[in-house]
Design a binder for this molecule. Structure first.
Ligand SMILES: [Zn+2]
Length: 284
């Protein structure tokens, strides 16, 4: 119900928002003292104008690969988040078909580390994860890694990554210690994406929301993570412009009606929820 057509509608809404923003800036400048008026009128207009054209030329494309896996195209770079494909019954592609410049991992569980080792080995992609997972990857022969930890951010050539808290586990597939689980704030020229990883609902989502989230990716499957009711409260805490539900319908134990949830998000929280089928994309 909320697929390609809705995206088209949103694309035009996005343009309207930018146009309104430009008009507001121009109006503000018009009301400023005369000495600042001309500069005030043109500089924000040109800046905003340039930003719109830059975005139109190369928008950040966010493709859902199934479960909680994403392939993100940012300014010519391909970034994967939690590439779990081989044992994923709803995967839209196979690990062998993916290219990658970077791989970001939220935590160490098998349904998130997934095919990271084979993809990194084949592509040479840099793997970004917490310190403990990076140590484990180094032990698997993956040397192109970047360790981070919760609360830290780092500027990469595709954007800025910050790891946030998540309430979950992080043990690695072979039982090794995987540190603490995380969420990911990814900021690009097009906006800010928040992939919550696997987590329960927590009040500090209000703090994370202060980053100004354009697109939130939230688990709704229940049992292992937030269920639909808590995910609805997460939308309230985070205040994203749009939200994509994940981590549901991969197995019977996390079956959910995502379309019904999306309807509740729209009606109760006035936020647009986009239900992506594996293989479908949206833009940041
Ligand atoms: Zn999971």
């Amino acid at each position: 119900m909320l697929f390609a057509g809705q995206e088209t509608i949103f694309a035009s809404q996005k343009s309207v928002i930018h146009s309104e923003s430009r008009g507001h800036l121009a109006l503000h400048a018009f009301l400023s003292p005369p000495c600042c008026g001309i500069i005030g009128l043109f500089v924000p207009w040109m800046t905003t104008r340039f930003r719109i054209e830059g975005s139109a030329a190369m928008p950040t494309d966010i493709k859902f690969l199934g479960h909680a896996s994403f392939q993100i195209e940012i300014a010519g770079k391909t970034v994967l988040i939690d590439p779990f494909l081989t044992d994923n019954p709803v995967a839209s592609t196979s690990a062998d078909e993916l290219s990658a410049d970077a791989i970001i991992l939220t935590h160490g569980h098998g349904d998130h580390v997934g095919d990271t080792v084979s993809i990194a080995r084949r592509t040479g992609a840099q793997v970004i994860a917490n310190f403990e997972i990076v140590g484990w990857l180094n032990g698997q022969g993956i040397e192109n890694t970047h360790p981070m930890h919760i609360g830290g951010s780092h500027v990469f050539d595709f954007g800025t990554v910050k790891l946030t808290i998540a309430h979950h586990g992080s043990g690695l597939p072979d039982g090794s210690y995987g540190g603490n689980p995380a969420g990911v704030l990814l900021t690009t020229d097009d906006g800010t994406l928040y992939h919550a990883g696997d987590t329960a609902l927590f009040m500090d989502m209000q703090l994370i929301g202060e980053a100004g989230i354009d697109l939130a990716i939230l688990p709704i499957g229940d049992n292992f993570t937030m269920g639909p009711d808590d995910a609805l409260r997460a939308v309230e805490f985070l205040r994203p412009k749009r939200v994509v539900p994940v981590h549901y319908n991969t197995w019977p134990v996390i079956e959910q009606d995502a379309a019904a949830w999306a309807e509740r998000v729209a009606q109760e929280k006035s936020v647009q929820a986009i239900v992506l089928q594996p293989g479908e994309s949206t833009e940041l």
